[in-house]
Each structure stands twice: as C-alpha cells, then as structure tokens.
Design a protein around this ligand. Structure first.
Ligand code: PHE
Length: 337
C-alpha cells in the first residue's frame, strides 16, 4: 500500500506540473482527492490493517492528500494571477471617441458653481447621512413642526436620516466659518416620494448662502439673475412669490420666465409662462443665532436651486426618472455634445 501511495504521489505531481489551466487542475483534483479516488479507497481499507500499518498508511495518505491539494491551490493561484495580468489596462490602446459625457446634472452643477465662484462663493459639502439637528432643528424646524411633513424623510436605524435638502450645509458652514460668508453646496438629497415623471426619491440641489452686513433681497435677486444669465446666455426675467420655509423670513418661490417658450405658454410651464425654479429667502434671525451669528449685526439670504429641475429645463427632459436611470440610450438622446 505504501508503495502504491508513493506511485500515486508521483503521478499526481507530474500531472499537476503539466496542467496549465483551471479545468485540467480540477480534473487532477477529482482523480486523486475525489470520493472514488484510489487514495480514498486505500483509506477505506485501513480498518482491516494492523494497528502499526494503520498508523503508517493513514499518516502517509493524509500527507499525500494535503500535498496534492496544496500543489493544486498554488498552481491555480498562479494561473489566476497570469490571467488577470492579461486583461490589465493597456494604456497604449487607442481611445474610442464614444467614451460618453458628463451627466446632465453634473454639467448644470458645474456651470452654476463656476458662476458662483466668480462672485466669491466657496464650495462646501456635507454628508448625505445627516443628523436631525442639521437637517431640521438648526434650521428652525422644531420636532413637531408641520414643515417636516413636507419633507418625507428616510429615517435610518442609527437615528440619523438621509438629508432631505442641502440646507444642512448652511448650518455646518455657519458653524465652521462664521460671518461674513458666501457658500455654495451642491449635492444629492433624498425624499420618500412615489416615483413618477415629476417625482424622484433621489435628486440634486445646490444650496447658496450669503451672510454679511446689510444684505438685502435686492442682492438675492441680483445673484439669481446672474446665475440664470450664465446658464441660459441671456437675461432671464424672474418673479418672486411668497413661499414658506421656517429658516427664511421672508421666504419666496423664485419663478423664471419659462426658458422653453419664452413666456408664451407651453406644456413645461403648464401654459402659465412661468416655471418654479428656486425657493429662497432672507435667513431667519433664529437660524443665524443658533449657529452663533449675531442677527443684529449680520443678515443674509439663502436659496436652494433644484439642479435636477434645471437640467430638465436645459435639456428639455420630460421624465425625471431618466436622470437616475443609468440608461445610456436615454441619456444619449439628450444630445449632450
Ligand atoms: N431647502 C428647501 C427645500 O428643499 C429650499 C430652500 C433653500 C428654501 C434655501 C429657502 C432657502 O425645500
């Protein structure tokens, strides 16, 4: 038996040596280590041997089995390493000119950011997983305030939430930098919405905030018009309607004269000639105070541009779901150069 085992050992070794792919190695494995292998039938006969022989043959069988299994493992890992080397990135390959484009939302975000940077804004970010304090409390939205109902919130098991807007970045920036302040914070937001052509549970906003001495609504309108001029390459008429948000007073909804029909009326503006683009307002004194800024010395304004909406206007996209779908064909149809 010992002799037989030694022959098997040599045979297995030489078969492993000449096997150069995964399939043949697996075959060697089943031949020598499988249920019907000769080694396993030797093991089955152990019970008929004397104690001394049992010990010798058993030990040797185990030794050989381990050896074969290790050799196969080693060889397999060499084969795997070689095959991943073969598909590694070849930077001398010519680049296809069908490499895709930036996403429409990224494009509008970059455009707005560029314009705001010129006006002295700094770009900040905040976490998508937020605390109740930054998303609500620090923005003057107390625990039982009905304004929370407007923002169907995804609460997480750890007590935090997925931010429902980019406004928490206002609070974080005020705490970090104090006044005066000019920040822009683009980012992803989440609300528990049922999906349809106009509603998404994941969308993008860009928060803007200016705090300084003697800041007025006129400054807000100027900044907004400047952004729109940069985006649409022409003066865009705006109007302000009252709007309620606990963290601004007064609060507004800023409408733009519909950039698609130029105010004449079309399906996008529901024939009104105006499209809602951006809630905004003068920062509520309580919000300034909560973040350590003296509202008697400083005032400010804030706005939340709907980047998703802006991209839909810009590229005439009727269904919001296209934007997060990852559907390259739909995105291609948008016709970004
Ligand atoms: N964060 C508000 C929302 O998403 C919008 C907003 C931003 C309103 C800034 C006023 C000022 O509902």
């Amino acid at each position: 038996m010992i002799e037989k085992l030694n022959i098997l050992r040599e045979k297995a070794q030489s078969e492993i040596n000449v096997s150069n792919d995964e399939q043949s190695l697996l075959k060697v494995k089943s031949t020598y280590l499988g249920k019907d292998s000769e080694i396993s039938s030797i093991m089955k006969q152990l019970k008929d041997l004397s104690i001394e022989e049992k010990k010798q043959v058993g030990q040797l069988s185990n030794e050989i089995k381990n050896e074969i299994s290790n050799l196969i493992k080693e060889k397999l890992s060499i084969i795997e390493a070689n095959s991943s080397k073969k598909i590694s990135f070849d930077h001398t390959m010519p680049v296809s000119d069908d490499t895709g484009t930036l996403h429409p939302i990224t494009i509008v975000a970059e455009e707005v950011v560029k314009i705001l940077k010129k006006m002295g804004f700094i770009i900040v970010t905040g976490p998508e997983m937020e605390s109740d304090y930054y998303n609500f409390e620090g923005l003057n939205i107390a625990e039982n305030h009905p304004a929370r109902d407007m923002q169907d919130t995804y609460w997480l098991e750890n007590g935090k939430l997925l931010r429902t807007h980019t406004s928490p970045c206002q609070v974080r920036a005020m705490e970090k930098y104090g006044a005066p302040l000019r920040i822009a914070a683009p980012g992803r937001c989440f609300r528990n919405e049922d999906l349809d052509a106009c509603h998404e549970n994941t969308f993008f906003q860009l928060e803007g905030m200016v705090i300084d001495k003697e800041v007025s609504i006129n400054n807000l309108i100027y900044v907004m018009k400047n952004i729109l001029k940069g985006i649409y390459n022409k003066d865009v008429e705006v109007r302000l309607r009252p709007g309620f948000f606990p963290f601004v007073e007064p609060g507004f909804e800023l409408d733009i004269k519909c950039p698609i029909c130029d105010g004449k009326g079309c399906p996008t503006c529901k024939n009104s000639g105006w499209s809602e683009l951006c809630p905004c307002g003068m920062v509520h004194p309580k919000v300034l105070e909560a973040s350590g800024i003296d509202p008697k010395v400083y005032s400010g304004f804030a706005f939340g541009i709907g980047l998703t909406r802006m991209a839909m206007f810009k590229y005439n996209i009727a269904d919001i779901r296209v934007l997060n779908s990852g559907n390259i064909n739909s995105l291609k149809q948008i016709g970004i150069e």
